[in-house]
Design a protein around this ligand. Sequence first.
Ligand SMILES: NC(=O)c1ccc[n+]([C@@H]2O[C@H](COP(=O)([O-])OP(=O)(O)OC[C@H]3O[C@@H](n4cnc5c(N)ncnc54)[C@H](O)[C@@H]3O)[C@@H](O)[C@H]2O)c1
Length: 333
Amino acid sequence: MRIAVIGVGLIGELHARIFKHNPLCRLVAVCDADAARAEQLAQSLQCRAYSDYRTLLKDEMLDAVSVATPESFRHEPAVAAAGLGLKMLLEKPLGRTLDDVDALIEALGDAGAESAVNFILHAEPRFARMKQIIADGGIGAPVSVSARRVGSRLGIEKYAPWTDLLSSTLIHDIEMTLAVNQAPAERVYAEAVVRACAQYGCHDAVVATIRFTDGAVAIFEASWVLPPTQPEPLDPSFRLIGDGGSVVIEGASHGMKVVGEEGYSQPDLTHWPMLPEGVGGALARSLDIFLARAHANLPPLVGLAEARKAEAVVAAMKRSIKEERPVGMSEFA
Ligand SMILES: NC(=O)c1ccc[n+]([C@@H]2O[C@H](COP(=O)([O-])OP(=O)(O)OC[C@H]3O[C@@H](n4cnc5c(N)ncnc54)[C@H](O)[C@@H]3O)[C@@H](O)[C@H]2O)c1
C-alpha cells in the first residue's frame, strides 16, 4: 500500500517512521503546513514532501493515508481522502466539538468510507489482555472502573493553546471504559480546576464519573499540572472491578527506573518508546494493526462508531463542568 502522513508534528512524525519500517506499505510522502518540517522529515525518510494535502492527494496515487494534524484540521483532509477511496487512519480526537465530529462522521459515511481511529490503548498488551479476560468472563460483569491519566505541565504548554485535557488525554480512558463495559453510558458528572489554563479557556484538572445503564460506575482523574521533574512522561492507571474479580493496570512504567546525571526517570516503554530499531510500544502496534487490517479489508480495531461514543461522553463532561450538573447521555444521542 502506498501511504502518506498528513501532519507530521510530534505524533505524525512517529507515524511516518513506523510506516517506513512496515513491509505492508511504502511511505511515499509526508505533508505538513510547515514546509521546512515536511522537507526535513522527507529527506531523512527518503520520501517526497508536500505542504498542501490537496496537492499530495492529487499528485500521489495513494492507497492509504494517516491524518495526524490537530483535530481542528481533521475534517478537510479526511473527507478529501475518503472521496478518493483511500484507507484511513485518523488521529483521535475527531474534532473540537461533538458537532464537528458528527459532521465528519456523516461526510465519511456519505463517501462510503470506514476509518480507523488511533485509540492506541487497544494495541497496548495490558489493555488488549484485559479486554480478552473480560470478554471470556474471567472477572464477571464490570462493576466499577477507576482510571487516572496524570501528566506534567509540559502538556499545558504544548496542548492547552489548541485543545484540552478531556479531548486530548482523558478520552483514551473514557473510550477504553466504554469498550469494556457491557451497557451504554447513561449519565455523566464532572468537576474541573481552572487556573493556568484559564487563559486558554480549558481545564488544568478534571475529576469525572460515568454511570452506565446497568448500574456500573466509572471514576476518572486527569491533570497536567505536575512539574516537569515528574519522573515519567505520563502517570496513568486503570483498575476494573467485576463481580467475579478485578484487573489492575498500574502506571506507565514496565518496571524500569533510570538514575543518571540529570536525575531519576521512568522512561516510556509503553506508548511510543524510541528503540534502536525504531519506534515501539502501543503506537507502533496500533499502526501495524491498522495496516494489517486495511490490507486484509477487515474492519478497524477502533472505528468511527466507537470513537463517537467516547466523543459524546467528552462533550457531556464538558457540559457538566460548564452547567455544574449531572448530564444525561440522552442529550447527546
Ligand atoms: N493517539 C495518540 O496517542 C496521540 C498522541 C499524541 C497526539 N495525538 C493527536 O494527534 C494530533 C496531533 O498532535 P501532535 O502532538 O502531533 O501535535 P503537533 O502540534 O506536534 O503536530 C501537528 C502538526 O500538524 C501540522 N499541521 C497543522 N495544520 C496543518 C495543515 N493544514 N496541513 C498539514 N499539516 C498541518 C502542524 O504544522 C504540526 O507539524 C492531535 O489531535 C492529538 O490529540 C494522538
